[in-house]
Design a protein around this ligand. Structure first.
Ligand SMILES: Nc1ncnc2c1ncn2[C@@H]1O[C@H](COP(=O)(O)OP(=O)(O)OP(=O)(O)O)[C@@H](O)[C@H]1O
Ligand SMILES: [Mg+2]
Length: 417
């Protein structure tokens, strides 16, 4: 139990209790139970240790989503079996995303073979109503219900934001699981509206929320489907289910790796430092570390190549950015002497851009450096290269695109009203 003073029980469901927190009324405590249920609660068993595994799983998943830049209700773990979250009024919808067809989808769509692949992932919504077995709802039904939660009415714009956020959450988790050679087949999440009217990914995300098939092999499934599939439930079965859940929680330890992607920004002159700092700051927001070096390919070519060899020798994953004003010898010289990607980002001024940019663009044969003009573009280009191997950088880029979508939508809503 929490060291915090809990207030009254706000709500109790099948798998957890939600308590008010007396210290801060905008937060709540989600206390997990040692209980596993399926079929709208028809099947239900006590499973010692499940609360702790579920809490550890949710905490790791939300840590990953928060690191990617997604807005979630998760605040922090509080004891082994509970965590603190922003107190929300919950949107009574289950947001489901599917990469492969399986389970209930096959029953609702006869003729589609199991394993049919959805590109982009398929999205479905279900109204949370145990008594009626959570019926599937269309966007029109959700908007027409006019849910009012913490003074926010769920309209088309809110639906669009949640729908797109759901897709991003799925993609982020799918990429993360892929690093463990595990296929995320489908996923269910819920949203809440907090006291500030913010739309947050809320509730929990644990082994009850998804299907996970190691190596993409259904027979190896590690999620709650194993429990759902049981007709009789023995102690040995429950032990297997628990072992699977433990395996998932352990794998999650590897899904938030320390930052490893790096950009090294070479500048031809210290006078370009501010331009380089801008690139470094943008890179940091995308989860890419930056290092700044000063060296002139014109005045000290041997030194430039010596510095280059430092980075080639470490075996790190590095993208180079060359910042040189007037005639840019730096980027092309680097590019001609390394297999690392080189991005030119010359600090051009409006009055000389026409002339100076040509030294970055019109390079000798055999060179493959690319050129961008803005510090933000250089950081984004470097991050997109790193995203090929670093799922956290990929996730930051994806969430940045989601954030752009939401920002534009909010601006449009403001002008419409
Ligand atoms: N951050 C939050 N703030 C307020 N309520 C929350 C929050 N996160 C989850 N809840 C709510 O806590 C309740 C209890 O959760 P639980 O998962 O045990 O319910 P359940 O029996 O599974 O039923 P349900 O089908 O509604 O999930 C749910 O109604 C859920 O929406
Ligand atoms: Mg629930």
């Amino acid at each position: 139990m929490s060291a915090y003073k809990t207030g009254k029980l706000i709500i109790e469901g099948k798998t957890k209790q939600v308590f008010e927190l007396l210290e801060d009324r905008t937060l709540c405590l989600l206390q997990s139970k040692d209980r596993i249920t399926a079929g709208d609660g028809v099947k239900s068993h006590q499973l010692a240790g499940k609360a702790a595994i579920s809490t550890a799983t949710t905490a790791k998943v939300f840590e990953l989503l928060n690191q990617a830049g997604l807005k979630t209700a998760f605040v922090r773990v509080e004891g082994e079996t509970s965590f603190i979250a922003k107190k929300c009024e919950m949107v009574p919808i289950e947001w489901v995303t599917r990469r492969l067809a399986t389970g209930s989808f096959l029953k609702r769509h006869p003729g589609v073979p199991e394993g049919f692949r959805f590109n982009p992932p398929l999205q479905e919504t279900f109204f949370k109503d145990d008594a009626n077995h959570d019926p599937q709802w269309s966007a029109q039904q959700i908007v027409s219900a006019k849910f009012k939660l913490n003074d926010v009415i769920i309209g088309q714009d809110e639906y669009d934001i949640m729908n797109r956020t759901t897709l991003t959450v799925f993609e982020v988790l799918e990429r993360a699981w892929a690093t463990r050679d595990c296929a995320l087949i489908d996923m269910k999440i819920e949203f809440g509206i907090d006291a500030n009217g913010e739309i947050l990914v809320a509730d929990i995300i644990d082994s009850d929320s998804w299907r996970l098939w190691p190596s993409g092999d259904k027979r190896l499934m590690k999620d709650k489907q194993v429990y759902r599939n049981l007709t009789t439930v023995t102690d040995a079965d429950l032990t297997t289910v628990k072992r699977n859940f433990e395996w998932v929680a352990n794998q999650l330890e590897y899904l938030v790796p320390p930052p490893s992607s790096k950009v090294v920004i070479f500048m031809g002159s210290p006078s370009d430092e501010e331009h380089c700092n801008k690139i470094a700051r943008y890179a940091a927001t995308l989860g890419v570390k930056a290092e700044l070096r000063v060296t002139s390919a014109h005045k000290a070519p041997a030194e430039t190549l010596k510095i280059l060899s430092e980075y080639e020798g470490t075996g790190e994953k590095v993208v180079l950015v060359a910042v040189a004003g007037r005639s840019n010898g730096l980027g092309p010289v680097l590019s001609g002497n390394t297999a690392l990607p080189v991005i030119n980002c010359p600090p051009v001024k409006p009055d000389n851009v026409q002339q100076d940019v040509w030294s970055s663009l019109n390079v000798p044969s055999g060179l493959g450096c690319t050129t961008v003009l803005y510090p933000e573009s250089a950081a984004l280009a470097a991050a997109q290269i790193h995203a090929l191997h670093d799922h956290l950088v990929w996730s930051r880029l994806r969430v940045k695109q989601l954030t752009n979508f939401i920002t534009l939508k909010r601006a449009d809503v403001r002008l419409r009203n």
